[in-house]
Design a protein around this ligand. Structure first.
Ligand code: SF4
Length: 424
């Protein structure tokens, strides 16, 4: 697209697109008409926003025939980078006005990241054994919303995702499932692979990623230059570009995910956002990631003693509707084995709750002073629920709350089973 200016050609005033958009158009023309309804799994990220706006534009200028209905399902994790959540809300408002059905999809109250962690006491997710978040706050709510919407619709459905792999990945046949790769968005590969498997929807639904071949330069060309122009739809996509570093977005190519994602090595998404002057007042959000890291420390958690079964991983439990730990062979607990650490103490949860609220208050005081939109990390309902769960002495499955904290000194157990008692 960089090589083309938006040219209006001849009397027909036909817009000219680059190859990436032409290919998108061809794939939509090939697969779109075969489905009565189109449903967008929209995350608010750059790829997702480009997908939605480019396709709406192609419909508007008559290059693509509209289906019987269009639905946008916006996956709101409650953890989005503020410029993304703010521009997603604006985009949805605009689409609603023109009759597009737009639903905000959220995990149920008790399953949301902060409520699950601070109310129920489940420690922050980590890369090794316990990654409960992506599925719980992104994939499952979307799958459920999609199933509900499908039940309301008759006919066939094309689910359109913003999964984008660039050319080399397509050649290799890879679909990226992790959220740590450059430019990739946490959960996107899941949308592509898990959703079509969802119960009862096989056969009526197909999934299409019409921007799969786009490179990152195509995405930013569209969001930065073309989409905001009146002839390409006049979309308000500049805040999305800001979330990725504004003018430097393409070079930085930051991954985005939740504010303070505990799995990312650095909070690059947030660091990038606050370097853009209009968003610099969000810098208190940088304290979230260290808070999550701190919550994993032994002094904030309980542990099992005696003969225990170490956690060796986690897996989805259909009945419980959540990720549950997978246990290995029983072993004698030793002071050194960190895998046996369990949930967050009430003190730790209340400490973290106070800090999250303070971070939110700081951001919002500055936002109001500067006339910027406020953020919504934790709303009144979520805060009340966390306090209620703590007051009800809620612990994750398998924990009673009478276990010692994980920094309690313990006997040293040797390989031959002999025990060196501690002397206090
Ligand atoms: S971005 Fe991080 S915290 Fe958010 S769902 Fe993905 S892995 Fe979990």
């Amino acid at each position: 697209m960089s090589s083309h200016q938006p040219t209006l050609f001849g009397g027909s005033k036909r817009l000219v697109y680059d190859e990436a958009i032409e290919l998108t158009l061809q794939s939509m023309q090939a697969y779109g008409p075969g489905h009565d309804h189109w449903v967008f799994a929209f995350s608010g990220g750059k790829d997702s926003t480009a997908t939605l706006t480019v396709i709406m534009h192609l419909i508007d200028v008559g290059r693509l025939a509209a289906p019987r209905s269009i639905t946008v399902l916006y996956a709101d994790t409650r953890m989005e980078l503020p410029p993304l959540s703010i521009s997603a809300a604006l985009l949805l408002d605009r689409l609603r006005v023109r009759g597009v059905r737009c639903d905000v999809v959220m995990a149920p109250l008790d399953k949301r990241f902060l409520v699950y962690m601070l109310g129920r006491g489940v420690p922050p997710p980590n890369n090794n054994t316990f990654r409960w978040c992506t599925r719980q706050i992104k994939v499952d709510p979307m799958t459920e919303a999609l199933q509900q919407r499908i039940d309301e619709l008759d006919g066939t459905i094309l689910m359109i995702t913003g999964v984008r792999q660039g050319e080399s990945a397509i050649r290799d046949g890879r679909i990226e499932m992790s959220c740590g790769k450059d430019g990739a968005e946490c959960g996107q590969g899941w949308y592509q692979q898990v959703l079509p498997e969802a119960k009862g929807i096989r056969g009526r639904i197909a999934t299409l990623a019409p921007l799969l071949h786009w490179r990152v330069c195509n995405v930013f060309d569209w969001l930065k230059v073309y989409a905001p122009m009146a002839e390409y739809g006049g979309w308000e996509t500049r805040a999305v570009v800001d979330a990725y570093g504004g003018d430097e977005a393409q070079e930085i190519n930051a991954r985005t995910g939740c504010n303070g994602c505990p799995l990312a090595s650095r909070d690059l998404g947030l660091e990038t956002v606050i370097r853009v002057p209009v968003w610099s007042h969000l810098s208190p959000l940088l304290r979230l990631k260290p808070l999550y890291r701190e919550l994993r420390l032994p002094r904030h958690r309980l542990k099992k003693t005696g003969l225990v079964r170490p956690v060796v991983g986690s897996e989805w439990n259909e009945e419980a509707g959540e990720d549950l730990p997978v246990f290995g062979e029983p072993e004698i607990a030793t002071a050194k084995n960190k895998q046996r650490m369990g949930p967050l103490t009430f003190e730790a949860r209340l400490m973290a709750l106070d800090r999250v609220l303070a971070i939110q208050a700081e951001c919002n005081e500055a936002a109001i002073r500067l006339g910027c939109p406020t953020i919504d990390l934790l709303n009144a309902e979520e805060e009340a629920r966390i306090r209620e769960l703590i007051a009800a002495k809620t612990w994750p499955n398998g924990w009673e709350g009478d276990e010692p904290t994980a920094d309690t000194p313990m006997d040293t157990v040797y390989a031959d089973g002999s025990v060196q008692p501690i002397f206090l």
